[in-house]
Design a binder for this molecule. Structure first.
Ligand code: MV4
Length: 448
């Protein structure tokens, strides 16, 4: 089966990204847009466009009924959710299925199972996949937390059972610390997720965040596409990603890839997915979570494998076999991505919406820019501040760093604040250039 028409249930650079692959595949596209995105490039480049509501996400891009109605009204065979918004909504995936529309992603059941961190943890422990040592389930009292900490040893970290991203997290290096941290973490978790429940884990000092891209089809075939190094984060938001990782050797890559495919099989995972791991300084790895969507940073994997991950997503959703064996996946060269955000590094990375009065894009050998912005584009305050991803490929990391510096120097955006100059500083940093990075790098980087 091949799709005749795909509705792209997203906006901005990822909507454009999906439309581009559809056009190359000869598949008609439907864009959806809110009041704020009426003049967006994805609306211009799609074959059709459907207005789905006001700027507020809840009333447009998160409005499941409006998106399903747009797909039905335009006769779309399938929906590509991109990332964010409805991309990891089990109920949306189910609603697509119930309306005879193919959801380009894992099944609703898989999305639900991957989203239940505590149940996922139990499944993986039974399979012998390394998960971070910690409490089996949520912890009811500070004293129970101390008992769990005595089992795994200090330092420990308290985490919110109701959601990730670091909110409600507290590190404790002693019993005293833990007794004091428990109520604060629980209150923060309750405020952030409406669920004060906490669980506890052994704290991994200065970990690296490494993730493995996998592809799985409906015939039980799986491959992994190597790792992405995602440790350069600010307040748990990824800023710079690269593939491969300076920290991962061939043996570790094979171990991580094999673990990722085992996890995918355990979740009966189909389509593109990412398994996130934390690595300690001794290269021990621990499963953290499944991301059941195409990720922002997928281009760095595409650049070193020569693959089009969105095309593979569409082919798998259309019932095609992977047509790839692990031996076919060759990693060539080095890729890096800088997330260009409309936010001000001089003002605590506060969002900086407004009109782009002029833009000069970088280009030339080994430069890829995934963006929806243009001259006079109005950056809206309603959505994530990501306005583009500047990616480079080069034969090795040293040349990739030099190419990224050259591309950043070419990239000019006026009218709003952006993270471009911040990245110039990072790429001048000796520690970064030497690949000596972990999740605490930015906190420690001098002259931020
Ligand atoms: C951890 C950790 C160390 N030990 N868990 C941050 C948000 C959430 N995804 C999990 N996070 C962490 N969990 C244990 N047991 C360190 C972090 C962490 C982190 C993880 C990935 C990427 C960036 C990070 C930045 C700070 C802390």
């Amino acid at each position: 089966m091949t799709f005749k028409k795909i509705l792209v249930a997203n906006r901005g650079e990822i909507a454009l990204r999906v439309i581009r692959t559809c056009r190359e595949m000869g598949i008609k596209t439907v864009a959806v847009y809110s009041d704020a995105d009426m003049d967006s490039l994805s609306v211009k480049q799609a074959d059709e466009a459907v207005h789905i509501g006001p700027a507020l996400s809840r009333k447009s891009y998160l409005n499941q009924d409006a998106v399903i109605a747009a797909a039905r009204d335009t006769g779309a065979d399938a929906v590509h959710p991109g990332y964010g918004f409805l991309s990891e909504s089990a109920s949306f995936a189910q609603a697509c299925h119930d309306n005879g529309i193919i959801f380009i992603g894992p099944s609703s059941r898989t999305i639900a199972r991957a989203g239940d961190k505590s149940a996922a943890r139990q499944i993986l422990i039974k399979m012998g996949i390394p998960v971070i040592p910690g409490s089996e389930d949520v912890i009811a009292t500070p004293e129970a937390a101390c008992d769990a900490a005595d089992q795994v040893g200090y330092p420990v970290i308290l985490k919110a059972a109701g959601g990730g991203g670091g909110r409600g997290m507290r590190i404790a290096r002693s019993r005293q610390d833990l007794l004091g941290a428990f109520s604060v973490a629980s209150a923060e978790a309750g405020a952030a997720f409406g669920n004060p429940a906490l669980y506890l884990e052994k704290y991994i000092e200065k970990p690296r965040h490494i993730e493995i891209q996998i592809l799985g089809d409906h015939f039980g075939n799986y491959v992994h596409l190597g790792e992405r190094e995602c440790s350069i984060q600010m307040r748990y938001q990824k800023l710079i990603e690269e593939a491969p990782s300076f920290f991962v050797d061939d043996t570790l890559r094979e171990q991580l890839g094999s673990a990722a495919i085992h996890i995918a099989k355990a979740f009966d995972y189909t389509n593109a997915g990412t398994m996130e791991f934390l690595l300690d300084k001794d290269k021990n790895f621990y499963f953290m979570e499944v991301n059941a969507r195409v990720q922002v940073e997928h281009p760095v994997t595409e650049l070193i494998t020569g693959m089009d991950i969105v095309r593979k997503q569409i082919d798998i959703a259309a019932g095609k076999e992977l047509g790839l064996a692990q031996a076919d996946i060759l990693l060539n060269g080095w890729a890096m991505e800088c997330r260009i955000n409309a936010s001000d590094p001089e003002d605590n990375f506060m969002p900086s919406p407004g009109e782009i009065t002029s833009v000069i894009f970088p280009g030339g050998p080994g430069v890829r820019l995934d963006t929806h912005i243009h001259d006079r584009y109005m950056v809206t305050p309603f959505y994530d501040s990501l306005i583009g991803k500047l990616c480079v490929w080069a034969p090795d990391r040293f040349q990739a760093v030099r190419r990224m510096k050259r591309a950043l120097d070419e990239f000019e955006i006026t009218g709003i604040a952006t993270t471009i100059d911040f990245y110039k500083k990072v790429f001048e940093n000796k520690q970064f250039q030497d690949g000596n990075i972990d999740t605490h790098f930015l906190e420690q980087m001098d002259n931020l």
